[in-house]
Design a protein around this ligand. Structure first.
Ligand SMILES: NC(=O)c1ccc[n+]([C@@H]2O[C@H](COP(=O)([O-])OP(=O)(O)OC[C@H]3O[C@@H](n4cnc5c(N)ncnc54)[C@H](O)[C@@H]3O)[C@@H](O)[C@H]2O)c1
Ligand SMILES: [Zn+2]
Ligand SMILES: [Zn+2]
Length: 372
């Protein structure tokens, strides 16, 4: 029996509507999840302009409402986090241990501008009489999400705070994983974080958890720098929009670090003109990390690579959902991973426009949509 699921649907032209999507019974390898909370990330704003209708949202946590007949080890009532990696575990990259860039299922790598086999059957979600895709194979800004089994990670913890748990799904995983799984940041080292939004603050938190000795946060918004200190920044630099390639910031960073530069720099602004900026922040043989996923053409002065510098571009913090998500929940329980502090405001789905406006205005570390 299908159900009506109140949902945010991006129309593809830069706008969205709150409407009802008809959701079918799960197929054999699918689950229906009653969403309790869904975090917002800048990508959700981007999804408004993807040129087609889409059930919005790619961060979320909830409770299993229905299970497909082949599902083992998960049952109705289980608490789950959703992940958009949905690894097939069979392809070359999954076998290599790179589940986040699964050649069959990744909505980024395998998807182009369409859905992948990591998506639940397309006809299972219908809007205005036609099948509709779910953002990043999930579509969490909806009362119910029809997803593949591989899109969920069971969480045993009693009285789970669903708001906190929901943001692990993308922003936390991306930030933490870029530091721990990709850069493999060494204790005692120095790091610069460019942009202290939802992703950047998680990078800062992960640098602190990894024992970084100096964590320098950079942003043009003074409020973000105050937040950065709460999440572990040891130093902050207020940048100026007019500072081309953040060259002045790079000079300040070098002065703070013996004239040499940082061991690591993480780019989290998503501003194409700052694509080369992390290279300017690091010492010779340092590591620059592109966290925001800039995809535009940019011009790079190759001298910024001198000498022996490495620039990596990880997707989704190299997420291995069944390994990383339980680890992140344990770090949260221990008090090291600051998730409650990350959530500035909770909103109802009807207030999604306000939540997006607040995000774009830089008011929130992270906004979360909560469901009854
Ligand atoms: N690659 C991935 O796997 C992945 C995953 C999640 C999100 N993302 C992307 O990461 C990006 C960041 O996401 P977010 O939610 O943190 O966005 P956000 O808008 O909350 O954060 C961007 C921050 O950059 C700051 N900023 C702007 N201009 C600056 C400048 N000139 N110098 C320094 N700081 C500046 C802003 O003040 C803001 O604090 C988004 O584009 C998102 O799509 C990528
Ligand atoms: Zn795979
Ligand atoms: Zn995201």
């Amino acid at each position: 029996m299908s159900i009506q699921s109140k949902s945010a649907v991006a129309k593809g032209d830069g706008t969205f509507i709150i409407t009802h999507v008809t959701v079918a019974e799960p197929k054999a390898d699918e689950l229906l999840v009653k969403i309790k909370a869904a975090g917002l990330c800048h990508t959700d704003y981007d999804s408004l302009s993807w040129g087609k209708p889409i059930v919005m949202g790619h961060e979320g946590a909830g409770i299993i409402e229905k299970v497909g007949k082949d599902i083992k080890g998960l049952k109705v009532g289980d608490q789950v986090l959703l992940n958009w990696a949905t690894p097939c575990l069979q392809c070359f990259q999954c076998q290599e241990g790179n589940q986040h860039i699964c050649e069959n299922n990744s909505p980024v790598v395998a998807g182009g501008n369409g859905h992948t086999p990591g998506h639940a059957h397309l006809e299972g979600s219908q809007w205005e009489g036609k099948p509709i895709e779910r953002s990043f194979n999930l579509g969490t800004l909806s009362e119910y999400a029809l997803v593949k089994e591989s899109a969920v990670v069971k969480v045993e913890e009693e009285n789970l705070n669903f708001s906190a748990a929901s943001i692990i799904s993308c922003g936390v995983m991306t930030g933490y994983g870029s530091v721990v799984n990709s850069a493999k940041l060494a204790a005692g080292s120095s790091a610069v974080i460019l942009g202290c939004g939802g992703v950047g603050l998680n990078v800062i938190n992960a640098c602190e958890i990894s024992g970084a000795g100096k964590i320098i946060a950079v942003d043009i918004n003074p409020n973000k720098l105050e937040l950065a200190k709460q999440f572990g920044a040891t130093d902050v630099i207020l940048a100026n929009k007019a500072d081309k390639g953040l060259a002045n910031v790079a000079e300040q960073v070098k002065t703070m670090l013996g004239g040499r530069g940082a061991d690591y720099a993480f780019e989290c602004t998503a501003i194409p003109a700052l694509g080369a900026a992390p290279l300017a922040m690091i010492r010779n043989a340092g590591t620059a990390v592109q966290v925001s996923g800039i995809e535009e053409d940019i011009t790079i002065d190759m001298r910024l690579f001198e000498w022996d510098k490495i620039y990596i571009n990880p997707l989704y913090g190299k997420c291995r959902p069944q390994i990383d998500f339980p680890k992140l929940v344990r770090l949260y329980k221990k008090g090291d991973l600051k998730l409650d502090e990350m959530i500035t405001k909770e909103y109802k789905l009807d207030d999604l426009q306000l939540a997006l406006d607040d995000m774009l205005a830089g008011k929130n570390a992270k906004g979360v949509i909560v469901f009854d």
